[in-house]
Design a protein around this ligand. Sequence first.
Ligand code: ZN
Length: 375
Amino acid sequence: MSGFSFTLAATDGRARTGVIRTPRGEIRTPAFMPVGTAATVKAMLPESVRATGADILLGNTYHLMLRPGAERIARLGGLHRFMNWDRPILTDSGGFQVMSLADLRKLTEAGVTFASHVDGSRHVLSPETSMEIQRLLGSDIVMAFDECPALPATHERQAEAMRLSMRWAQRSRDAFGDRPGHALFGIMQGGVERDLREESAAALRAIGFDGYAIGGLAVGEGQAAMFGVLDYATDLLPAGQPRYLMGVGKPDDIVGAVQRGVDMMDCVLPSRSGRTGQAWTRRGQVNIKNARHADDPRPLDEACSCPACTGYSRAYLHHVFRAGEMISGMLLTWHNLHYYQQIMQGMRDAIAAGGLDAWVADFHALRAEGDIPPV
Ligand SMILES: [Zn+2]
């Protein structure tokens, strides 16, 4: 597809580093995508998100189609102009969120009819409507419409959902058409069942996509089961195209996924936890609500160059959280997104240098030490 390409620069074991090129800019991989659900990464200006090192954002089709509406965003110049982010945007298909958030859902071969969780209005999401909504938003990377069944589910139920998703993948491909500069990714399903993952990957490869996502993980199966799937699932996908693990994850999930050949990930965790007083650092998780920080003049992480760490003490971060001040969520979100991007940059450099194993060993060793002792 003209205007969209993926170039691998280096591999180290199964881990890869490279660049996705789009007309809106380059995406260095492995990449972490902050989540901008409602056309905003909560508590962050777009230029601040960019300053953390993010090359691409994720937007949620389900939320945006309901409020403010895809047609309205299109009339206002598209999602990039609307939210003041001129770099690449990936939108999900709405398939996952319609099943987890909407009311009065009815799932048929045609698609999903549902009532909005915002105002109760009736809507339809199908492969065709999802492609149209993502086109109206102006998404650079469009996701095929799929069904992700809730776990636990029987093998039969998983097989049924996966095969429906593969028929929807073909309809998504047909409806997407030829859009130079824009990419369409297929989504592998099949839960933790290897035979279903293999069948799904074969079906997607037969259709042909610009990139391939691994869906249906990070839905409560646990890290060991997720890594168990990734141990073989990435090898089922074409080596020459990006592989995107959806909805992952904690820092150690991300590192393990990259070791297993994943190129892209997204998760609300760094931004969401920043608003609830949770920080992620090189030494693991820090709960800034804890009274131990009340008199601590030291930064969250003395090696971090983000504004929260260079300008403020743990005592201040503790105070503004306890006082309910908005700057609390702003600073912790910035720190968390910055830390996540530092992990990605560290892995990209390590893979390029052929030293990922040593980098990962250091990553785990520092986390095992835990947070700095109280003052
Ligand atoms: Zn920081």
